[in-house]
Write a protein that binds this ligand. Structure first.
Ligand code: NAD
Length: 494
């Protein structure tokens, strides 16, 4: 069993003190140990990132991008090893873990396209002889705090544009499954990333609390649950930092009566149960409009009931375990409560629990759910799909609008005008039209609405550059006017 160590200035360093085990969710076995950083550990990591800033930010943009390409290549070469780490510590199926690594590699490549947005405006002759332009600087040390459910993609999405912009990084992955990111940090060092540019600190809320108050951390990008996101945003801003904090989701998929039942059922099942429902963009509520409800629910049930559970290392596996025993217990209690609240448990995942031999929970369908029931109002983060039945499109919008979260919302319909209305009406940051998980490509923006995100800027896309850099606006005159005179009035164009 390996004890991990943080990655600072290109070198792994031991950290004593508190630790927690890494448990393989598929069999309940301890496979490693994560030392949890103390405040002074965090200080050491931030100091390394601060020390590396002058050198890294002084490199040209193209030079940094070239290094990022080398990092991308090192991930391509280590792809299978990273897939295995994600499977072992996160419990993802092989196909899902592979998709995560592939998308992470794409992310580094796409950082190049985002960097084209780095260029700033220049206006010649804004007044006689005066040119005005903006110059961009990195913000400084950027801390990235990440959740367990995408242990590779999310930390890289949070940090690659930060590096391109000349910042240095302190990454704090989830304490449940940090090995893949640690391995990536080591690969980055080997690929030539200078010491101190990309650091990984291992830890829990003690580390996060220190990051949030650390005077040398300029910006925090947080992804995790809503309660923590809200708290980090409030405290970080109070400490004078830039903070973008992305929280949980409860994503609705409206199915209109005109749509193809098989197509909608395939989409709902894929989006509800992929990654065992542990995605912030998972579909967790299907809102069936009108007469399509009965055939749709039957088709969803048929598909969910025949999914392949377990054997996550095999290519055919479709549903893996959830992340922890506690998580499984939480999901169990929601399903138990749902019946008491008036829901009808059509498919019961509790039957697939494997005791202490892995945190499996089978696909679950709860029909006749209504807003106000806990199974609807809370983010369950497991393989549980609620069905809400409504008579009209307007009622469907009311269901979505009643929710506190607004990460994504999707509609399935063949009617373009209804789809357009939905884009305007649904209060969510990501809209899917016949696309159940509208998680956009890296060069487009991503941020939820309502309590799904506490931020003015998006996680990626053009906004990321605004979050990760600061600008000065320069007004320059190099040709003195022929006749110089006093001008005490405020400058204007006349
Ligand atoms: P989490 O909030 O428990 O943990 C996220 C990070 O915060 C971890 O690094 C953890 O160590 C730290 N943390 C946890 N509790 C803390 C506390 N009290 N104080 C300070 N730091 C704390 O989230 P999780 O269980 O790892 O991940 C699942 C959650 O993340 C879900 O709610 C999911 O919807 C959300 N998520 C959101 C997005 C998005 O883009 N909006 C993406 C992925 C996951």
């Amino acid at each position: 069993m390996e004890t991990l160590s943080r990655h600072v200035s290109g070198k792994p360093m031991p950290a004593g003190g508190r630790s927690i085990p890494i448990i393989n969710p598929a069999n309940g076995e301890a496979i490693g140990s994560v030392p949890l950083a103390s405040e002074s550990d965090v200080d050491e990591v931030v100091a390394a990132a601060k020390a590396a800033l002058p050198l890294w930010s002084a490199l040209g943009l193209q030079h940094r991008i070239n290094i990022l390409f080398d990092l991308r290549q090192s991930l391509i070469e280590a792809k299978e090893e990273l897939v295995d780490l994600v499977i072992a510590e996160t419990g993802k199926t092989r196909s899902d873990a592979t998709a995560e690594i592939v998308r992470a590699i794409e992310t580094i490549g796409l950082t190049v396209s985002v960097s084209t947005l780095y260029a700033t405006p220049y206006t010649r002759a804004v007044s006689s002889g005066v040119n005005t332009y903006e110059v961009r600087y990195p913000v400084g040390v950027v801390a990235a705090i990440s959740p367990f459910n995408f242990p590779v993609i999310i930390p890289l999405v949070q940090t690659m544009t930060a590096l391109a912009c000349g910042n240095t990084v302190v990454a704090k992955p989830s304490e449940r499954n940090p090995s893949a990111l640690l391995r990536i940090a080591a690969l980055f060092s080997k690929a030539g990333l200078p010491d101190g540019v990309f650091n990984v600190v291992l830890g829990d809320r003690v580390a996060v609390d220190r990051i949030v108050e650390h005077p040398d951390v300029a910006a925090i990008t947080f992804v995790g649950s809503t309660a923590v996101a809200k708290q980090i945003r409030t405290r970080g801003v109070a400490n004078g930092k830039r903070v973008q904090a992305f929280g949980g989701g409860k994503n609705h998929m409206v199915v209109m009566p005109d749509c193809d039942v098989a197509f909608a059922a395939d989409a709902a099942v894929s989006a509800a149960y992929g990654a065992a429902g542990q995605r912030c963009m998972a579909i967790s509520v299907v809102v069936a409009v009108g007469a399509i409800a009965d055939p749709l629910v039957a088709a969803i049930r048929d598909r969910a009931a025949t999914m392949t559970i377990g054997d996550i290392h095999e290519a055919h596996a479709q549903l893996g375990p959830v992340i922890t025993r506690e998580s499984r217990a939480r999901i169990t209690s929601y399903v138990a409560n749902a019946a008491a609240e008036g829901g009808k448990v059509l498919l019961d995942g509790r039957e697939h629990q494997a005791g202490d031999a892995g945190w499996y929970f089978g696909p679950t369908i709860i029909d006749h759910v209504k807003p106000g029931m806990a199974v609807h109002s809370d983010e369950i983060f497991g393989p549980v799909l609620s069905i809400v039945r409504v008579a009209t499109y307007e009622e469907a919008i009311a269901v979505i609008s009643s929710h506190d979260l607004g990460n994504g919302a999707a509609i399935f319909t063949q009617d373009g005008s209804v789809a357009n209305r939905f884009t305007d009406d649904a209060p969510a940051g990501q809209i899917g039209i016949n696309v159940p998980i509208p998680a956009p490509a890296y060069f487009h923006g991503f941020a939820g609405w309502k309590d799904s995100a506490f931020t003015e800027t998006k996680l990626h896309g053009r906004d990321a550059i605004a979050f990760l850099t600061r600008t000065k606006t320069v007004s320059a005159r190099w040709m003195p006017p022929a006749e110089s005179k006093l001008e005490l009035q405020f400058p204007s164009g006349r």
